[in-house]
Write a protein that binds this ligand. Structure first.
Ligand code: PMP
Length: 308
């Protein structure tokens, strides 16, 4: 169950958590056109800080543009709404926080032509620990190549973090978990690795870090952070296509994402990856990532928006 906070930001107002409701004929509930973000705020020595808030807001507004959703709020208004909400809920946050803004089509119009439906927005934020478990962060997770192909760019628009795109993710995740794995790895139309159900993917081979390009995956903010910190660590990074068999014979593999943070992958399709434990480079990247999000690396201090 969710660890409830006191307020949810709904259409410009702070509403009590239990009162933040929508009508049953909410357009997005029926047809799935909505744009959302997943953002985190971390406990730092200077208090709670939202990580890369402006980048998440930019991607949210880009998603809305792609989906033809006319967001009634500006970039600055959305950033300020996040801060207002976290300040109001401050006493509820005992650990790191996950933030979920959503731009959606509300009540008043039915049928597929969505342009006349009202556009609403909400932001909720609650205590949320490691998405793939503390043990996963430490010891790695077991992954299955999905029988579902990642949404084709010929049919859906992967640059948008669109609710509808996540039916594909949800089915892949369900299949993987029901089969006894922790997470799914989705391939693209051509059989190359696309991404996890909610994560980007990296492998390590011969001391080099390899990650697929964005042609069939979300433009991940965490992936961008990892690429920056890998450069700082003097790691050679290559953005190129990966096949599933290359993952089997890689030295290390890991998922990255706002929710998943940096989670080692210790097994894919019953093939043990490397030593079967969190790899050395993965650990180095993980440590460096947690330093940045916790405000312990001054080079990236502009990535943090402090809530005081
Ligand atoms: N791919 C998918 C499908 C995702 O849902 C996510 C999580 N937002 C990611 C990749 C990673 O993106 P980010 O690092 O921006 O959270």
């Amino acid at each position: 169950m969710l660890d409830e906070a006191k307020y949810i930001w709904q259409d410009g107002k702070l509403v009590a958590w239990e009162d933040a409701k929508v009508h049953i004929l909410t357009h997005s509930l029926h047809y799935g056109n909505a744009a959302f973000e997943g953002t985190r705020a971390y406990k730092t020595t200077k208090g709670l800080a939202i990580f890369r808030l402006e980048d998440h807001t930019r991607r949210l507004l880009n998603s809305a543009k792609i989906l033809s959703l006319k967001c009634p709020y500006s970039f600055d208004e959305i950033n300020n709404a996040h801060i207002e909400l976290l300040k109001a809920n401050k006493d509820c946050y005992t650990s790191n926080v996950y933030i979920r803004p959503l731009i959606y089509l509300g009540y008043g119009v039915m049928g597929l032509y969505h342009a006349n439906a009202p556009v609403n927005m909400m932001i909720a934020a609650w205590n949320w620990g490691a998405y793939l478990g503390d043990d996963g962060i430490e010891n790695g997770i077991r992954v299955k190549t999905s029988s579902f192909v990642r949404n084709s760019v010929k049919s859906l628009m992967g640059k948008a973090k669109a609710s509808a795109n996540y039916l594909n993710s949800q089915m892949a995740k369900y299949e993987a978990v029901q089969c006894g794995f922790d997470e799914a790895l989705l391939l693209d139309d051509n059989g190359f690795v696309a991404e996890g159900s909610g994560e980007c993917f990296f492998i390590v081979r011969n001391g080099e870090l390899i990650t697929p390009p964005h042609d069939n995956s979300l433009e991940s903010i965490t992936q961008d952070t990892i690429l920056k910190l890998a450069k700082d660590l003097g790691i050679n990074v290559i953005e190129r296509k990966i096949t599933r068999d290359e993952v089997y014979i890689s030295d290390e593999a890991f998922f990255t994402g706002t929710a998943a943070e940096v989670t080692p992958v210790r097994e894919l399709d019953f093939r043990v990856i490397g030593s079967g434990k969190r790899g050395e480079m993965t650990k180095k990247i993980q440590d460096s990532f947690f330093d940045i999000v916790s405000g312990n690396n001054s080079k990236y201090k502009e990535f943090l928006t402090y809530i005081d």
